[in-house]
Design a protein around this ligand. Structure first.
Ligand SMILES: [Ca+2]
Ligand SMILES: [Ca+2]
Ligand SMILES: [Ca+2]
Ligand SMILES: [Ca+2]
Length: 371
Protein backbone atom coordinates (compact mmCIF):
# COMPACT_ATOMS: atom_id res chain seq x y z
CA UNK A 1 0.00 0.00 0.00
CA UNK A 2 2.77 2.38 0.99
CA UNK A 3 4.74 1.58 -2.17
CA UNK A 4 1.62 2.19 -4.21
CA UNK A 5 1.28 5.62 -2.68
CA UNK A 6 4.91 6.40 -3.35
CA UNK A 7 4.55 5.44 -7.00
CA UNK A 8 1.41 7.50 -7.27
CA UNK A 9 3.25 10.46 -5.81
CA UNK A 10 6.15 10.02 -8.22
CA UNK A 11 3.74 9.78 -11.13
CA UNK A 12 1.99 12.95 -10.06
CA UNK A 13 5.27 14.74 -9.64
CA UNK A 14 6.31 13.67 -13.11
CA UNK A 15 3.18 15.02 -14.73
CA UNK A 16 3.00 18.08 -12.50
CA UNK A 17 2.32 21.30 -14.31
CA UNK A 18 4.49 24.01 -12.89
CA UNK A 19 3.07 27.35 -11.88
CA UNK A 20 3.59 29.96 -14.60
CA UNK A 21 6.81 31.92 -14.17
CA UNK A 22 8.08 35.24 -15.38
CA UNK A 23 11.63 36.38 -15.58
CA UNK A 24 13.36 36.60 -12.25
CA UNK A 25 14.45 39.83 -10.65
CA UNK A 26 18.05 38.89 -10.05
CA UNK A 27 19.19 38.22 -6.55
CA UNK A 28 17.24 40.11 -3.93
CA UNK A 29 19.86 41.63 -1.65
CA UNK A 30 17.25 42.43 0.97
CA UNK A 31 13.69 43.55 1.48
CA UNK A 32 13.18 45.56 4.66
CA UNK A 33 9.54 46.25 5.56
CA UNK A 34 10.51 47.97 8.84
CA UNK A 35 7.90 45.87 10.63
CA UNK A 36 10.23 44.75 13.42
CA UNK A 37 10.72 48.27 14.73
CA UNK A 38 14.50 47.95 14.46
CA UNK A 39 16.86 49.64 12.01
CA UNK A 40 20.21 48.30 13.19
CA UNK A 41 19.74 44.62 13.99
CA UNK A 42 20.76 43.04 10.66
CA UNK A 43 17.15 41.86 10.21
CA UNK A 44 17.32 41.86 7.29
CA UNK A 45 19.91 44.64 7.14
CA UNK A 46 21.35 47.31 9.44
CA UNK A 47 20.91 50.96 8.52
CA UNK A 48 23.93 53.13 9.29
CA UNK A 49 23.24 56.86 9.74
CA UNK A 50 25.57 59.59 8.51
CA UNK A 51 25.40 63.30 9.23
CA UNK A 52 22.76 64.84 11.46
CA UNK A 53 19.34 63.35 11.65
CA UNK A 54 17.03 61.02 13.45
CA UNK A 55 15.69 57.72 12.26
CA UNK A 56 13.32 55.13 13.65
CA UNK A 57 10.97 52.36 12.57
CA UNK A 58 7.41 53.23 13.54
CA UNK A 59 4.26 51.31 12.58
CA UNK A 60 6.06 49.56 9.76
CA UNK A 61 7.54 52.75 8.29
CA UNK A 62 11.07 54.06 8.43
CA UNK A 63 10.89 57.70 9.51
CA UNK A 64 13.98 59.79 8.79
CA UNK A 65 14.16 63.40 9.97
CA UNK A 66 16.73 65.94 8.87
CA UNK A 67 18.15 68.05 11.73
CA UNK A 68 20.67 70.10 9.75
CA UNK A 69 20.59 72.17 6.59
CA UNK A 70 22.34 69.68 4.36
CA UNK A 71 21.45 65.99 4.27
CA UNK A 72 20.78 62.94 6.42
CA UNK A 73 22.02 59.68 4.95
CA UNK A 74 21.29 56.07 5.83
CA UNK A 75 23.33 53.35 4.17
CA UNK A 76 22.51 49.65 4.13
CA UNK A 77 25.29 47.74 5.86
CA UNK A 78 25.78 45.09 3.18
CA UNK A 79 29.17 46.10 1.81
CA UNK A 80 30.02 47.62 -1.55
CA UNK A 81 27.80 46.86 -4.51
CA UNK A 82 28.33 47.18 -8.24
CA UNK A 83 24.98 46.67 -9.98
CA UNK A 84 21.94 47.47 -7.92
CA UNK A 85 18.24 48.16 -8.26
CA UNK A 86 16.61 49.87 -5.27
CA UNK A 87 12.91 50.47 -4.77
CA UNK A 88 10.95 52.21 -2.04
CA UNK A 89 7.49 53.62 -1.48
CA UNK A 90 7.74 56.94 0.31
CA UNK A 91 6.06 60.18 1.20
CA UNK A 92 7.54 63.46 2.39
CA UNK A 93 5.72 63.99 5.69
CA UNK A 94 7.24 67.16 7.16
CA UNK A 95 8.47 70.22 5.29
CA UNK A 96 8.49 73.26 7.59
CA UNK A 97 9.62 75.93 5.14
CA UNK A 98 8.48 75.24 1.60
CA UNK A 99 8.99 78.89 0.59
CA UNK A 100 12.75 79.06 1.04
CA UNK A 101 13.84 75.40 1.28
CA UNK A 102 14.05 72.40 -1.00
CA UNK A 103 13.37 68.80 -0.07
CA UNK A 104 14.19 65.54 -1.79
CA UNK A 105 14.37 61.83 -1.18
CA UNK A 106 17.26 60.32 -3.08
CA UNK A 107 18.95 56.96 -3.49
CA UNK A 108 22.70 56.64 -3.09
CA UNK A 109 24.59 54.21 -5.30
CA UNK A 110 28.29 53.45 -5.63
CA UNK A 111 28.91 55.73 -2.67
CA UNK A 112 32.35 56.28 -1.20
CA UNK A 113 32.49 57.65 2.32
CA UNK A 114 36.12 58.79 2.14
CA UNK A 115 35.73 61.31 -0.64
CA UNK A 116 31.96 61.73 -0.12
CA UNK A 117 31.30 60.71 -3.70
CA UNK A 118 28.25 58.92 -5.07
CA UNK A 119 25.51 58.75 -7.65
CA UNK A 120 22.31 60.32 -6.37
CA UNK A 121 18.97 59.48 -7.96
CA UNK A 122 16.04 61.28 -6.43
CA UNK A 123 12.82 63.24 -6.51
CA UNK A 124 12.27 66.78 -5.23
CA UNK A 125 9.09 67.83 -3.46
CA UNK A 126 7.97 69.68 -6.61
CA UNK A 127 8.24 66.56 -8.77
CA UNK A 128 11.65 67.18 -10.32
CA UNK A 129 13.41 63.86 -10.89
CA UNK A 130 17.17 63.87 -11.23
CA UNK A 131 20.39 61.90 -11.45
CA UNK A 132 23.49 63.55 -10.02
CA UNK A 133 27.10 62.71 -9.58
CA UNK A 134 28.19 64.27 -6.30
CA UNK A 135 31.60 64.59 -4.65
CA UNK A 136 32.95 66.38 -1.61
CA UNK A 137 32.84 69.91 -2.94
CA UNK A 138 30.24 69.86 -5.63
CA UNK A 139 28.01 67.95 -7.99
CA UNK A 140 27.03 67.71 -11.59
CA UNK A 141 23.50 67.16 -12.82
CA UNK A 142 23.71 64.20 -15.18
CA UNK A 143 20.02 64.31 -16.04
CA UNK A 144 16.79 65.79 -14.76
CA UNK A 145 13.16 66.12 -15.75
CA UNK A 146 9.95 67.49 -14.33
CA UNK A 147 7.21 65.02 -13.31
CA UNK A 148 3.68 65.52 -12.06
CA UNK A 149 4.35 63.53 -8.91
CA UNK A 150 3.91 65.38 -5.61
CA UNK A 151 5.52 63.35 -2.81
CA UNK A 152 4.25 65.79 -0.18
CA UNK A 153 0.69 64.89 -1.13
CA UNK A 154 0.85 61.30 -2.33
CA UNK A 155 2.84 58.12 -1.85
CA UNK A 156 5.33 57.60 -4.64
CA UNK A 157 7.14 54.42 -5.63
CA UNK A 158 10.69 55.38 -6.51
CA UNK A 159 13.25 53.04 -8.02
CA UNK A 160 16.88 53.61 -8.94
CA UNK A 161 18.74 51.25 -11.24
CA UNK A 162 22.51 51.54 -11.45
CA UNK A 163 23.47 48.68 -13.72
CA UNK A 164 26.68 48.72 -15.70
CA UNK A 165 27.02 52.29 -16.95
CA UNK A 166 23.24 52.77 -17.20
CA UNK A 167 21.64 54.90 -14.51
CA UNK A 168 17.86 55.24 -14.45
CA UNK A 169 15.20 56.55 -12.10
CA UNK A 170 11.66 55.17 -12.12
CA UNK A 171 8.75 56.80 -10.32
CA UNK A 172 5.02 56.15 -10.22
CA UNK A 173 1.94 56.46 -8.06
CA UNK A 174 1.02 53.51 -5.88
CA UNK A 175 -2.34 53.00 -7.58
CA UNK A 176 -0.74 52.81 -11.01
CA UNK A 177 1.21 49.97 -12.64
CA UNK A 178 4.95 50.27 -12.97
CA UNK A 179 5.69 52.37 -16.08
CA UNK A 180 7.46 50.79 -19.04
CA UNK A 181 10.15 53.47 -19.12
CA UNK A 182 12.13 55.35 -16.47
CA UNK A 183 11.35 59.01 -15.89
CA UNK A 184 14.99 59.88 -16.41
CA UNK A 185 18.11 57.96 -17.42
CA UNK A 186 21.70 58.58 -18.38
CA UNK A 187 24.96 56.80 -19.19
CA UNK A 188 27.89 57.31 -16.81
CA UNK A 189 30.98 55.26 -16.08
CA UNK A 190 32.55 57.56 -13.48
CA UNK A 191 31.88 55.36 -10.44
CA UNK A 192 32.22 51.58 -10.41
CA UNK A 193 31.13 50.40 -6.98
CA UNK A 194 30.31 51.49 -3.45
CA UNK A 195 27.73 51.60 -0.72
CA UNK A 196 23.97 51.89 -1.26
CA UNK A 197 21.27 53.66 0.70
CA UNK A 198 19.18 56.80 0.65
CA UNK A 199 19.12 60.27 2.08
CA UNK A 200 16.75 63.10 2.76
CA UNK A 201 18.09 66.47 1.71
CA UNK A 202 18.60 69.38 1.73
CA UNK A 203 18.50 72.90 3.17
CA UNK A 204 15.36 71.86 5.06
CA UNK A 205 15.94 71.15 8.78
CA UNK A 206 12.95 69.60 10.52
CA UNK A 207 11.81 67.84 7.35
CA UNK A 208 11.07 64.14 7.41
CA UNK A 209 10.28 61.28 5.10
CA UNK A 210 8.42 57.99 5.64
CA UNK A 211 9.49 54.88 3.74
CA UNK A 212 7.15 51.88 3.62
CA UNK A 213 9.82 49.43 2.58
CA UNK A 214 13.22 49.26 0.93
CA UNK A 215 13.89 46.55 -1.64
CA UNK A 216 17.36 46.05 -3.13
CA UNK A 217 18.32 43.56 -5.85
CA UNK A 218 21.26 42.95 -8.15
CA UNK A 219 19.16 43.35 -11.31
CA UNK A 220 16.32 45.59 -12.40
CA UNK A 221 13.30 45.03 -10.17
CA UNK A 222 10.42 44.62 -12.59
CA UNK A 223 6.70 44.53 -12.05
CA UNK A 224 6.10 42.24 -9.09
CA UNK A 225 3.66 39.39 -9.60
CA UNK A 226 0.70 39.42 -7.25
CA UNK A 227 1.44 36.89 -4.54
CA UNK A 228 5.18 36.69 -5.24
CA UNK A 229 6.13 37.67 -1.71
CA UNK A 230 9.80 36.70 -1.99
CA UNK A 231 10.25 38.40 -5.39
CA UNK A 232 11.71 35.34 -7.11
CA UNK A 233 9.51 35.83 -10.16
CA UNK A 234 7.27 32.87 -9.33
CA UNK A 235 4.21 32.35 -7.18
CA UNK A 236 4.93 29.08 -5.42
CA UNK A 237 4.65 27.08 -2.22
CA UNK A 238 7.29 29.37 -0.72
CA UNK A 239 4.87 32.26 -1.08
CA UNK A 240 2.03 30.24 0.44
CA UNK A 241 4.18 29.57 3.49
CA UNK A 242 5.25 33.22 3.70
CA UNK A 243 1.57 34.07 3.69
CA UNK A 244 1.02 31.55 6.51
CA UNK A 245 3.59 33.44 8.59
CA UNK A 246 1.73 36.67 7.86
CA UNK A 247 -1.59 35.06 8.84
CA UNK A 248 -0.33 34.34 12.35
CA UNK A 249 1.71 37.56 12.68
CA UNK A 250 -0.05 40.11 14.92
CA UNK A 251 1.48 42.95 12.86
CA UNK A 252 1.75 41.61 9.32
CA UNK A 253 3.08 43.56 6.36
CA UNK A 254 -0.23 44.73 4.90
CA UNK A 255 1.41 46.16 1.79
CA UNK A 256 2.44 42.71 0.72
CA UNK A 257 -0.19 40.42 2.16
CA UNK A 258 -3.50 42.29 2.45
CA UNK A 259 -4.91 41.66 -1.02
CA UNK A 260 -8.50 42.72 -0.33
CA UNK A 261 -7.40 45.91 1.47
CA UNK A 262 -9.47 45.29 4.58
CA UNK A 263 -6.59 46.16 6.89
CA UNK A 264 -5.86 42.57 7.97
CA UNK A 265 -4.37 39.37 6.63
CA UNK A 266 -7.12 36.76 6.76
CA UNK A 267 -8.50 33.64 5.14
CA UNK A 268 -9.96 35.87 2.43
CA UNK A 269 -6.43 36.84 1.40
CA UNK A 270 -5.52 33.15 1.46
CA UNK A 271 -8.33 32.44 -0.98
CA UNK A 272 -7.24 35.28 -3.27
CA UNK A 273 -3.70 33.90 -3.38
CA UNK A 274 -4.83 30.32 -4.01
CA UNK A 275 -7.69 31.06 -6.41
CA UNK A 276 -6.63 34.14 -8.32
CA UNK A 277 -2.84 34.08 -8.26
CA UNK A 278 -2.14 30.34 -8.16
CA UNK A 279 -5.32 29.39 -10.06
CA UNK A 280 -5.90 26.35 -7.95
CA UNK A 281 -7.84 24.95 -5.02
CA UNK A 282 -7.38 24.81 -1.28
CA UNK A 283 -5.89 21.35 -0.82
CA UNK A 284 -3.66 21.27 -3.91
CA UNK A 285 -0.62 20.40 -1.84
CA UNK A 286 1.63 19.52 -4.78
CA UNK A 287 0.49 22.57 -6.76
CA UNK A 288 -0.25 20.67 -9.94
CA UNK A 289 -3.40 22.72 -10.41
CA UNK A 290 -5.80 20.06 -9.12
CA UNK A 291 -6.93 18.81 -5.74
CA UNK A 292 -7.12 15.05 -5.82
CA UNK A 293 -5.80 11.88 -4.25
CA UNK A 294 -2.24 12.80 -5.23
CA UNK A 295 -2.38 15.64 -2.72
CA UNK A 296 -3.63 13.33 0.00
CA UNK A 297 -0.75 10.97 -0.78
CA UNK A 298 1.65 13.89 -0.43
CA UNK A 299 0.34 15.06 2.91
CA UNK A 300 0.03 11.48 4.15
CA UNK A 301 3.72 11.00 3.41
CA UNK A 302 4.58 14.18 5.28
CA UNK A 303 2.98 12.63 8.40
CA UNK A 304 2.18 15.90 10.14
CA UNK A 305 -1.53 15.39 10.66
CA UNK A 306 -2.42 16.39 14.23
CA UNK A 307 1.20 15.87 15.25
CA UNK A 308 1.53 19.41 16.61
CA UNK A 309 4.59 19.97 14.45
CA UNK A 310 4.93 22.95 12.14
CA UNK A 311 3.53 22.22 8.71
CA UNK A 312 3.65 24.06 5.40
CA UNK A 313 1.24 24.09 2.46
CA UNK A 314 2.83 20.97 0.97
CA UNK A 315 2.45 19.15 4.31
CA UNK A 316 -1.28 19.87 4.54
CA UNK A 317 -1.45 23.26 6.22
CA UNK A 318 -3.90 24.63 3.73
CA UNK A 319 -5.53 27.26 5.96
CA UNK A 320 -2.15 28.73 6.89
CA UNK A 321 -2.23 28.44 10.69
CA UNK A 322 1.07 26.57 10.70
CA UNK A 323 -0.36 23.12 11.48
CA UNK A 324 -2.09 20.33 9.63
CA UNK A 325 -5.29 19.28 11.32
CA UNK A 326 -8.99 18.76 10.63
CA UNK A 327 -9.49 22.52 10.15
CA UNK A 328 -7.49 22.22 6.93
CA UNK A 329 -9.87 19.58 5.63
CA UNK A 330 -12.77 21.80 6.61
CA UNK A 331 -11.38 24.68 4.54
CA UNK A 332 -10.66 22.37 1.61
CA UNK A 333 -14.19 20.98 1.91
CA UNK A 334 -15.68 24.44 1.86
CA UNK A 335 -13.56 25.33 -1.15
CA UNK A 336 -15.03 22.38 -2.98
CA UNK A 337 -12.22 21.54 -5.39
CA UNK A 338 -11.75 17.86 -4.71
CA UNK A 339 -11.55 15.95 -8.00
CA UNK A 340 -12.99 18.93 -9.86
CA UNK A 341 -9.95 19.07 -12.13
CA UNK A 342 -8.22 22.32 -12.99
CA UNK A 343 -9.85 25.30 -11.40
CA UNK A 344 -11.97 27.50 -13.64
CA UNK A 345 -13.34 30.79 -12.36
CA UNK A 346 -16.69 29.82 -10.84
CA UNK A 347 -18.45 29.76 -7.51
CA UNK A 348 -17.49 26.42 -5.98
CA UNK A 349 -20.02 24.13 -4.35
CA UNK A 350 -19.04 21.81 -1.53
CA UNK A 351 -18.92 18.25 -2.80
CA UNK A 352 -20.19 15.15 -1.11
CA UNK A 353 -17.13 13.30 -2.36
CA UNK A 354 -14.97 15.42 -0.14
CA UNK A 355 -17.36 15.09 2.76
CA UNK A 356 -17.05 11.33 2.46
CA UNK A 357 -13.33 11.63 2.05
CA UNK A 358 -13.11 13.75 5.16
CA UNK A 359 -14.95 11.09 7.10
CA UNK A 360 -12.76 8.28 5.79
CA UNK A 361 -9.35 9.98 5.68
CA UNK A 362 -9.09 11.45 9.15
CA UNK A 363 -9.19 8.03 10.87
CA UNK A 364 -6.49 6.90 8.43
CA UNK A 365 -4.24 9.74 9.50
CA UNK A 366 -5.01 9.04 13.11
CA UNK A 367 -3.97 5.43 12.70
CA UNK A 368 -0.74 6.45 11.03
CA UNK A 369 -0.06 8.97 13.78
CA UNK A 370 -0.53 6.29 16.44
CA UNK A 371 1.53 3.67 14.69
CA1 LIG B 1 7.77 33.74 -5.01
CA1 LIG C 1 -7.09 41.26 3.92
CA1 LIG D 1 -2.61 18.65 -6.63
CA1 LIG E 1 -3.71 24.41 9.19
Amino acid sequence: MYTQRRMFAVLLTTIAISVPTTRCHGETLFYDDFQDGELADDMPVSWVPFNQGESSAVDGDLIATLTNDNYFLLTADIGEQTDVSMRTQFRLVEFPDPVSDELALEFIARGNAENVEAYLLGLFEDGEAYIWHTWGTGHSVLASTQTELRPLEEDVVLQADVIGDELSLWAWRTNEPMPKEPVVDVISDTLSQGVIGFDISWKSPGSSVALKYFHAATEHIGAILDGDYNFDGTVSGIDLDLQSSALVNPTPDLMRFDHDNDGAVTTDDRLILVHEYLHTWIGDSNLDGQFNSGDLVAVFDASKFENEVQAGWSDGDWNGDGYFDSSDFVMAFQDGGYEKGVRVPAVPEPTCELLMLLASTIPLFRRKGLA
